[in-house]
Design a protein around this ligand. Structure first.
Ligand code: AMP
Ligand code: MG
Length: 406
């Protein structure tokens, strides 16, 4: 049986970034750029005032209190018409273009307008420490026209949406969201809106995996439930193979009616691996349908909800990210210090529900009492999976262990 690292490597080898598409910037949130972005403007577009006040010549103020003639007013959005000469000032608002001749802006708080009834308005300024360039942002100080401001592969967050607007990029070339189909299998399943009859359980995996796929950035589509009948599985799985990723729940273990692997083989899906040395999640099946236009990655996830959850976090989320061109350093495990002693024994590495929290500048982790792969309730109280390596261990407080946050 292959281990988790080998399985992840195989999954990622089969997941290449999807072909680029173009989207309005706002809809590209969370996606990666498929091309560099170049600015069509200088920012700021002009030398601009950074405070409300008076545009003046610094040298006019060097001798102590100065009395300057106010020659015009420039609000943000308008442009100056007069040059400032020695002995003059222009009243200016934050963001407005600096008039020619002026070399700094004195903030309004350091000034006093003289008698407003006077014919020519004057302003008294007492700020002999001001230097040329004070309170001015020079044209193109932040970025210039023609500059490459974002590189291919960069992930778009809110701040990038703002920058894209500033540089005139309304549509962006991005690696699109993968389309993920979800199909649960099992004769025992009923929809969540139904009270289960004898022998039945609610289908919790479909909603959970749809939500997880969406949280990873995919567009997730529910294909419902397929019964454990070969013909029905075949029709529904065939529909799922039109997507970039097909998630199947159940039917990959050793039960008599676990038909999924053979149906997948019949439909031309190549098995890459079946079964991984981990707990929970051992029955995981992974394969690929290769086609010229586009391939489909197929994950046969174990039916037990926590098993499929763990397999999603370990393998499906990284695969979705790879399809989206998201670099892997954004995922991965962290080291944490055990907060309470813990003993266990296992022949397969366990990904155990746990809770981590900051403590004295480090990350502490507490392993939660857990009732196994059907116990979703405990996982709702967890925020990470603690990795318990193979063997028999009696861990003391402070033991360093790996955790995978979710
Ligand atoms: P299977 O992998 O099909 O053998 O199923 C293993 C266990 O998971 C069984 O107890 C199933 O009833 C349960 N199970 C299978 N599919 C689902 C599902 N979609 N939602 C919740 N539990 C499931
Ligand atoms: Mg089943």
């Amino acid at each position: 049986m292959i281990d988790v690292a080998q399985a992840l490597k195989l999954v990622l080898e089969h997941a290449a970034p999807l072909p680029a598409g173009s989207l309005p910037a706002i809809d590209a949130l969370g996606l990666t750029l498929a091309a560099d972005v170049v600015s069509d403007i200088d920012s700021p577009p002009h030398d601009k005032a950074m405070v409300d006040g008076y545009a003046v010549i610094a040298a006019d103020l060097s001798g102590g209190t100065a009395e300057l003639a106010v020659i015009e007013e420039v609000a943000a959005g308008s442009t100056p018409t007069l040059s400032v000469r020695p002995g003059q000032a222009t009243r200016i608002m934050t963001g407005a273009p600096l008039p020619e001749g002026a070399d700094c802006v004195v903030m309004v708080e350091r000034t006093e307008l003289s008698d407003a009834s006077a014919e020519a308005e004057t302003v008294r300024i007492d700020d002999d420490s001001i230097r040329p360039g004070a309170n001015i942002l020079r044209r193109a100080y932040c970025l210039s026209q023609g500059q490459r401001v974002l590189e291919r592969g960069h992930v778009i967050r809110g701040i990038e949406v703002g920058l894209l607007a500033e540089v005139g990029c309304q549509r962006v070339s991005v690696t699109p969201r993968p389309r993920v189909a979800m199909l649960s299998t099992g004769d025992e399943l009923v929809d969540a809106d139904t009270k289960p009859a004898a022998g039945q359980i609610r289908n919790s995996n479909s909603p959970m995996l749809l939500a997880l796929a969406r949280s990873a950035g995919a567009i997730a589509v529910d294909l419902g439930i397929a019964r454990d009948k070969q013909a029905e599985l075949e029709t529904k799985i065939a529909a799922g193979l039109e997507f970039d990723v097909l998630l199947l729940s159940g039917g990959v273990s050793a039960g008599k009616y676990d038909y999924t692997p053979q149906v997948l083989a019949k439909l031309g899906v190549e098995q890459v691996f079946h079964k991984v040395a981990l707990k929970p999640g051992k029955p995981l099946w992974f394969g690929v349908l290769r086609r010229e236009a586009h391939s489909t990655l197929v994950f046969g996830l174990p039916g037990n909800p926590v098993s499929s959850f763990v397999c999603f976090e370990l393998f499906v989320r990284p695969a979705i990210h790879r399809l989206m061109g998201i670099a892997e350093e954004t995922t991965g495990s962290q080291s944490a210090r055990l907060a309470k002693p813990y003993s266990y024994r296992t022949q397969r590495p366990i990904y155990h529900p746990a809770r981590c929290y900051p403590q004295e500048g480090a990350l502490a982790v507490e392993i939660l009492p857990w009732k196994g792969s059907a116990d979703m309730l405990t996982v709702t109280q967890a925020n990470c999976l603690a990795l318990l390596p193979v063997g028999e261990n009696q861990w003391e407080v402070g033991q360093a262990i790996e955790v995978l946050r979710f």
